[in-house]
Design a protein around this ligand. Structure first.
Ligand SMILES: Cc1ncc(COP(=O)(O)O)c(C=O)c1O
Length: 273
């Protein structure tokens, strides 16, 4: 079968088709694989898969077909190279910090972010020797002044929760890169239906799928979307070890949420206007 290049399709088509690997049952709706682990043909086969020398499923903390379908679909919709799903939006934010930061590093964060993000940076990363300065979302000079040689990343939400402040993603991405830092954007409020931070120069997007991606109040989940390099070298090893994975059932719910995302976001905007 010819490989489909989903990048050539609209977000609406990606949202209903991408990531679906139909099984031998020819199912219309995507299948759920509620399995903790997988069978191996032999001990050698298991060893090859566990060490990454052979592709294939290993263990559902870090490889599950339903979760993979969600990850592939959301990566395409965010115009990122790769996505990893997490058990919540906060688990996704924690994964970014745990995989990129070390003691002595520094974060610059917008003052207008979700309260638990502030607590995560100050109370938890702070406990391990990471410092954080908070600046006004729209004050570019303040962002520039806060950056230090050890600033690992700039972090913002736009629009911010709950004050709906709006940042210039492209400008702040340039500022971050000039200083050898990364820009991390929480794209929870707009979703990829309305805003694609990676296309504007951001390095990492985090999502709380709990909000508009599900849109129907059913599940808690999150995601990190970034380049293949950032995910493979930093975030994937952390997920494999840290284990705050998304369950196959939640991935299946979020996949159906993505199917109606564009139409729901349009309705939200029409109603608000
Ligand atoms: C902007 C934003 N980011 C992250 C989160 C955390 O997501 P979760 O509740 O899925 O852990 C929230 C939750 O309200 C949020 O509003």
């Amino acid at each position: 079968m010819t490989e489909i290049n989903w990048n050539e399709y609209s977000l609406e088509t990606q949202a209903i088709r991408a990531g679906h690997q139909r099984t031998h049952e020819d199912e219309h709706s995507i299948a759920i694989f509620p399995t903790s682990s997988y069978v191996f043909a032999s001990a050698e086969d298991a060893a090859l898969r566990f060490t990454g020398k052979k592709p294939g499923n290993i263990y559902s903390r870090f490889t599950n077909p339903t979760v993979r379908a969600f990850q592939e679909r959301l990566a395409l919709m965010e115009q990122g190279e790769r996505c990893l799903a997490f058990s919540s939006g906060m688990a996704a934010i924690m994964a970014v910090g745990m995989s990129l930061l070390k003691a002595g590093d520094h974060i610059v964060c917008s003052r207008g972010v979700f309260g638990n993000t502030v607590l995560m940076f100050e109370n938890y990363f702070g406990k391990f020797g990471v410092s954080c300065d908070f600046v006004d979302l729209t004050d570019t000079a303040a962002w520039a002044a806060a950056i230090k040689p050890n600033t690992r990343f700039l972090f913002l939400e736009t629009p911010s929760n709950p004050l709906t402040g709006i940042a210039d993603i492209a400008e702040l991405a340039e500022l971050a890169h000039q200083n050898g830092s990364l820009l991390v954007v929480d794209n929870c409020f707009c979703t990829p239906a309305l805003q694609k931070p990676l296309a504007l120069g951001a390095d990492i997007v985090v999502q709380s799928a709990t909000k508009y991606i599900d849109g129907q109040g059913r599940c808690v989940g999150g995601a990190v979307i970034a380049s293949e390099e950032i995910i493979e070298k930093s975030v994937y090893p952390y997920l494999r070890t840290g284990g705050a994975s998304m369950s196959p059932f939640n991935a299946w719910v979020f996949l159906s949420g993505l199917e109606t995302l564009a139409i729901r976001m349009k309705a939200h905007c029409d109603n608000a206007l």
